[in-house]
Design a protein around this ligand. Structure first.
Ligand SMILES: NC(=O)c1ccc[n+]([C@@H]2O[C@H](COP(=O)([O-])OP(=O)(O)OC[C@H]3O[C@@H](n4cnc5c(N)ncnc54)[C@H](OP(=O)(O)O)[C@@H]3O)[C@@H](O)[C@H]2O)c1
Length: 267
């Protein structure tokens, strides 16, 4: 399989490195179009893949094209390549807010999947929510799933869920990191050094995520299992519950999802 990337930024790099590392694609079969020559040099040096300046230049070489440019430049990119689409070529857009209909309108008669990944693709731990266009066959979908699995977990959802998905797992890494920073600030206020506080908080978040991920334990039961009667966790949880974090967090997600709707509406 030959895989192209239009846009050689952070997400493209994270995804292509995982595809190569997992032996899904040979590096000689990866093609990247990126306008910035310094960035092209960097990608060649790091991954030994094929580099071009423009998307048009890789279209005749690839079976699958990741559309990995910012949403603002997507329409121009699609117009530039629309006359070069080959039969059975598959397009996978990772651009926030660009709908299947937006893309299919500019790439008529092509097979398009839309994915919302996140920055954890850089450690193969992305959450990849996807939906596919009407021209997709079962085989096309299986191919897309196998590519997405190389850089994280996958979940197929109807496209109308994508504003919520964008808020929760697309923007989510920033929200989770902010919560982590608040814990670090609290730990420093208790007298720990910034370095020690950061180590403790990060390892605790990682360990918690792993336990919850690797077992079937329900989150409330997990919390109960850490709280012993009259102990430190119970005392802290009482504050967390009474000062309710739920409203600001719900509002954060609602605002991010509403922004996703706005961005879609402004196209
Ligand atoms: N970052 C995230 O956490 C995240 C999460 C989910 C989805 N996404 C989506 O992923 C997409 C890429 O995001 P990113 O963070 O990787 O952005 P990025 O680092 O800015 O990468 C985009 C790349 O596309 C290049 N580019 C611009 N115009 C181009 C053109 N006409 N042809 C080919 N390449 C072109 C840019 O080059 P120049 O810099 O020279 O313009 C840049 O290197 C976006 O649509 C975003 O919505 C990102």
């Amino acid at each position: 399989m030959k895989v192209g990337f239009i846009g050689g930024g952070k997400m493209a790099e994270a995804i292509l490195s995982d595809l190569i590392r997992s032996d899904m694609v040979l590096k000689s079969d990866v093609y990247v179009a990126e306008p910035d020559s310094a960035r092209r040099d960097q990608i060649v040096e790091l991954y030994g893949v094929n580099l071009f300046e423009k998307g048009e230049e890789l279209m005749s070489s690839v079976d699958v094209v990741f559309l990995a440019v910012k949403p603002q430049v997507m329409d121009k990119v699609l117009k530039d390549i629309s006359g070069l689409v080959q039969m059975d070529q598959i397009f996978i857009s990772i651009a926030a807010g660009k709908t299947l209909a937006n893309i299919e309108a500019l790439l008529p008669a092509s097979k398009v999947a839309r994915v919302m990944p996140n920055l954890a693709a850089s450690v193969s731990e992305s959450m990849n929510v996807f939906c596919v266009g009407q021209d997709f066959t079962t085989t096309d979908k299986a191919l897309v799933e196998s590519l997405l699995k190389c850089f994280g977990k996958i979940l197929e959802l109807p496209e109308e869920k994508f504003d919520a998905v964008t808020a929760v797992s697309g923007s989510g890494p920033a929200f989770m990191a902010y919560l982590l920073q608040l814990v670090i600030d609290g730990a420093v206020a208790l007298g720990l050094s910034e370095n020690d506080a950061t180590l403790l908080a990060k390892q605790t978040m990682l360990g918690t995520a792993k336990v919850l991920n690797d077992s079937d334990i329900a989150i409330p039961d997990f919390i109960d299992s850490v709280c012993s009667k009259g102990g430190t966790t119970e005392a802290g949880m009482e504050i967390m519950r009474s000062e309710s974090l739920s409203k600001p967090i719900a509002r954060t997600l609602q605002t991010a999802a509403a922004r996703s709707v706005e961005l879609r509406g402004s196209e």
